[in-house]
Design a protein around this ligand. Structure first.
Ligand code: TYD
Ligand code: MG
Length: 420
């Protein structure tokens, strides 16, 4: 049999689909706004990250390392939305998916499972089922039959994604596409897809910990400044609606090397514990290691502490860890990190009810950070008694807070204030 051309194949699949009307220029005033329809899922975290729910006809890529929980998240969505969902898996058998579904709690949708990797067969099935939502697990398993390349290769990924995009736009059915990325995020697939899809969500976390963060990398229908937080449990992913209380360590003891940062992740304030271990280097070259924090930034902070305060880190191994296995980008975490480093080096603990929010500059100055009042308020709410912030955060109304706000201008002053 002769192979269909992509065009013939598309025509066959979409024979029943809505005709594309000829497009012509429209006065902007005549274009209806606010007409985007959204499916609001029971998952508040996901709704927030998407900007208020799943937009009809949108194409959303969920990227993440293998084993992080992408299939679990999507199956939960597939089972939980009050709508008709088609979940297509090229990775697992129907039985495996069923077993996973049995572990999860929600069962509100009319959910169909299809194990298939042929893109045109998938779209034919979707066309006849007419679901309200289509989920593809994963883009790397798909193969468009008219392309001579292995699944997961650049040309297959690009072709399959293109077909899914046209399908979404023509039928108005939203599609979630799962894509695996490797540790450095470098694999061709998802990177290549970023400009094709409407939104890119990244699911991240450390596999040795239970917390997961869903971060918006791109969103045509909302802000990219949002995150969703989950905890992986035996019955699937649990939404974490109050992140601060969970992300701090559970010990009551005050240990050296630990300092708490008042950060803002996405739009939400979150108190996070930073942990440092500074110990004499036993082998020649001192080691530097950071989990959840940029290693180069750690080196910079160490250099500032050496130069400005005269601390000797050069002969020590330095390990840094953000509790909960999450990654923090907020520069306001710097001040807690330098405090944790000094605390470990000097073996003096920092009282539990103290927290920090400030960025450290190259000359050791503590720089003002954004939304400081929100941070102070969260620390206050959680019962902290002192917060150290930059003296350059001016014009604050502090009388409404019970917490004591301490202003500092340079890292040198930090030592005096806390450890001396
Ligand atoms: P999975 O969703 O398969 O990851 P991905 O699709 O990103 O590769 O999740 C894999 C891990 O999640 C696996 O190690 C088992 C764990 N898990 C739970 O802890 N609880 C659960 O309810 C489920 C379904 C999985
Ligand atoms: Mg999977």
């Amino acid at each position: 049999m002769q192979k269909e051309t992509p065009r013939e194949e598309r025509q066959r699949i979409w024979k029943g689909a809505r005709k594309i009307e000829e497009t012509r220029p429209m006065p902007i005033a005549d274009i209806k706004s606010g007409s985007t329809q959204r499916i609001v899922t029971p998952d508040e975290e996901l709704n927030r990250v998407l900007g208020g729910g799943i937009v009809s006809g949108s194409l959303v890529l969920i990227g993440g390392q293998p084993g992080i929980g992408k299939s679990t998240l999507m199956l939960q969505v597939a089972l939980g939305v009050p709508a008709k969902v088609l979940y297509v898996s090229g990775e697992e058998s129907e039985e495996q998916i069923k077993m996973r579904a049995d572990r999860l709690r929600e069962r509100l949708s009319e959910c169909y499972i299809l194990t298939e990797t042929n893109t045109s067969k998938i779209l034919t099935q979707a066309q006849s089922l007419q679901p309200d939502l289509l989920i593809i697990d994963s883009i790397q398993t798909l193969a468009a039959p008219h392309i001579d390349a292995t699944p997961g290769s650049i040309s297959q990924v690009r072709e399959s994604a293109g077909e899914l995009q046209r399908f979404a736009k023509e039928t108005n059915i939203p599609i979630f596409i799962i894509g695996h990325i490797t540790k450095d995020g470098a694999i061709a697939g998802p990177k290549l897809l970023e400009h094709i899809v409407d939104a890119v969500l990244q699911f991240e976390g450390d596999q040795n910990y239970t917390y997961r963060i869903l971060r918006t990398i791109k969103n045509r229908f909302g802000s990219t400044d949002e995150i969703g937080i989950y905890e992986m449990q035996a019955q699937g992913l649990r939404e974490v609606s109050n992140p601060s209380e969970l992300l701090m360590s559970q010990t009551d003891e005050e240990l050296s090397g630990s300092a708490i940062a008042a950060t803002i992740e996405g739009q939400r304030p979150m108190l996070i514990e930073t942990q440092a271990l500074v110990s004499k280097a036993v082998y020649g070259t001192p080691q530097r290691s950071a989990t959840g924090f940029d290693l180069r930034r750690l080196s910079m902070l160490l250099a500032v502490l050496e130069k400005r305060c005269g601390f000797q880190f050069a002969l020590n191994d330095v390990f840094l860890n953000i509790a909960g296995g999450i990654r923090v980008d907020d520069p306001a975490i710097d001040l807690a990190i330098v405090s944790a480093l000094i605390s470990s080096l000097q073996d003096i603990s920092i009282p539990h009810q103290v927290t920090f929010a400030g960025e450290v500059g190259l000359s050791g100055e503590i720089r003002a950070v954004s939304r400081i009042e929100q941070r102070i308020q969260e620390a206050d709410r959680l019962g902290f008694q002192e917060i150290y912030i930059s003296k350059y955060n001016k014009g604050l109304k502090l009388d409404k807070f019970g917490i004591k706000v301490r202003f500092i201008g340079k890292v040198e002053e930090l030592y005096q204030a806390i450890f001396a």
